[in-house]
Design a protein around this ligand. Structure first.
Ligand code: NAP
Length: 305
């Protein structure tokens, strides 16, 4: 199997992974959406990683998604709402033993991708690292964190996993990746939409603990019914801890709305509501929250799917 790391969507997290892998001497190939983006990338001469006081550039090769040549391993680093369409563009190039690492937040996009490429192995990732684009092709590593990777259909750790350690990417293989993704989704549902509706930093939610308690009760019940009891354990305590520990921070959803960017709500609160309906779990507080959020996004002319 080729050892090249293809990076589909070198935005914030994709660039962070690409630069660290390239720095460690791994073969990396960027996959860009079209020829215009490829020309812009080539004019810039490479990706730049800004870490603390250090700025380093990496002349990583790039090509378009619809270029030729087989792809054996690809990190899908698009937003959840773009992942399936982006993977559809590279699907004809995927080798029979292809492995996709899906970095998307929330749930739902992984199944959309897996349905498109049933022959490929789809590995799910949950990341707490933080990065943002300071400008095109330049990423700032803004928050140390960790990455959990796992495959709900196959517990075997892939043979390339050591590349992550070589590259200084903190990561662990887990057989419970769905538990991690569900827990993160539940924390997100209990915190992020309320920060948008109350126009506040995470700490501002300390004035709305009753609402958060109701949401946590419904989320706990939903997780139990959806076969994720571990993700439900001590959820309310964890939500309060996160609010206190990140009191001065603005949630990613809040930041997206403020910047007029599309949110990933369809794969977060929207996903929770869809699963609740499927399992016939009554979640009136989550439903109301979802509707209020959709109204707010529509009022700002932002997509709500
Ligand atoms: P981002 O900065 O917006 O980057 C997304 C990338 O996807 C861009 O390079 C974009 O290309 C590319 N893309 C979109 N559609 C494409 C297509 N059809 N073909 C090829 N490329 C395409 O996103 P991000 O912040 O890295 O987030 C990626 C995922 O990681 C999200 O689910 C997010 O929630 C999750 N996450 C992010 C962070 C973080 O700190 N950033 C932390 C944890 C989890 P263009 O540049 O051409 O638009």
């Amino acid at each position: 199997m080729s050892s090249t790391w293809h990076i589909l969507g070198p935005g914030s997290l994709g660039s962070l992974w690409a630069c660290r892998l390239a720095r460690a001497g791994k073969a990396v190939q960027l996959l860009l959406r079209d020829h215009q983006r490829l020309a812009a990338y080539r004019a810039a001469g490479g990706l730049t990683l800004v870490e603390a006081q250090q700025t380093t550039s990496f002349a990583i090769p790039a090509q378009c998604c619809d270029d030729s040549g087989p792809i054996h391993r690809v990190l899908v680093a698009c937003k959840a709402y773009d992942a399936a369409a982006a993977v559809a563009c590279i699907a004809p190039r995927l080798a029979s033993d292809a492995q996709l690492i899906l970095l998307q937040n929330g749930l739902g996009s992984q199944d959309e991708v897996a349905a498109l490429v049933p022959q490929a192995r789809c590995i799910f990732a949950s990341s707490t690292e933080g990065a943002y684009r300071e400008q095109d092709w330049q990423v700032r590593f803004a928050g140390q964190g960790f990455n959990w990777l796992g495959d709900p259909l196959n517990p075997a750790q892939p043979d390339w996993f050591g590349d992550l350690q070589d590259a200084g990417i903190p990561a662990e293989w887990t057989v419970d990746i769905l538990t991690r993704l569900w827990r993160k989704l539940a924390l997100n549902c209990a915190i992020n939409p309320l920060t948008v509706l109350h126009d506040c930093a995470n700490g501002g939610l300390l004035g709305h603990l009753d609402a958060i308690d109701s949401l946590c009760r419904e989320l706990g019940e939903l997780l139990e019914q959806a076969g994720q009891p571990q993700a439900a354990q001590d959820l309310a305590e964890d939500v309060q801890w996160v609010i206190l520990a990140t009191a001065a921070n603005y949630s990613s959803m809040y930041q997206d709305v403020q910047a007029g960017r599309r949110t990933e709500v369809h794969y977060l609160l929207g996903y929770a509501c869809r699963v609740a309906k499927r399992h016939a779990v009554a979640t009136p507080a989550l439903e109301r929250l979802h509707q209020r959020l959709v109204d707010k996004l529509q009022a700002r002319n932002l997509p709500c799917d």
